[in-house]
Design a protein around this ligand. Structure first.
Ligand code: SF4
Length: 151
């Protein structure tokens, strides 16, 4: 959360259904950075869903977990997200500018690989590359920054 705060302070943007909530939570982050806290305070902090972001590098997003809207384990309330079952369109998704860059990089890699494999596999790679680029474009078109979202 502190990293996100620093990114936002230097003009970074976020997108996704939980982008605004993440911006508000990141504004609180410096209060804890570098501070020695007691175990009780740590437990209280960990119990505060808004204060935690889960990095999911596999699908290039941050999960700002809120149990009631998690799509990865619907109907089975859990304390933490199932990152390996992340579902597109979940209300907890946050994407950063870095994620958008990495989506482009991954798409380029898939397109390159597509030139060396048989046709059916190449089509799958290219389709996936287009999907990743669409996610990156969506980020670019919908990202919000501190300047646009001073709340
Ligand atoms: S579906 Fe993905 S973004 Fe949503 S709660 Fe699960 S891991 Fe987080």
């Amino acid at each position: 959360m502190t990293d996100l705060h620093d990114d936002l302070e230097t003009g970074g943007g976020v997108s996704g259904p939980s982008a605004r909530r993440a911006i508000n939570a990141a504004a609180q982050a410096p209060r804890f950075a570098g501070t020695v806290i007691t175990a009780t305070t740590a437990r209280r902090l960990l119990a505060n869903e808004d204060a935690l972001l889960y990095d999911n590098p596999h699908v290039l997003l941050l999960c700002h977990y809120r149990r009631e809207q998690a799509l990865c384990h619907r109907g089975v309330p859990r304390e933490t997200p199932s990152l390996d079952h992340c579902v597109d369109g979940c209300g907890n998704v946050v994407r950063t500018d870095q994620h958008a860059d990495q989506l482009h990089d991954r798409a380029d890699t898939l397109d390159k690989r597509a030139t060396y494999v048989p046709q059916p596999l190449a089509e799958r790679f290219r389709k996936n590359a287009n999907r990743l680029r669409a996610l990156a474009d969506e980020h670019d078109q919908t990202r919000i920054t501190l300047a646009k979202d001073p709340a």
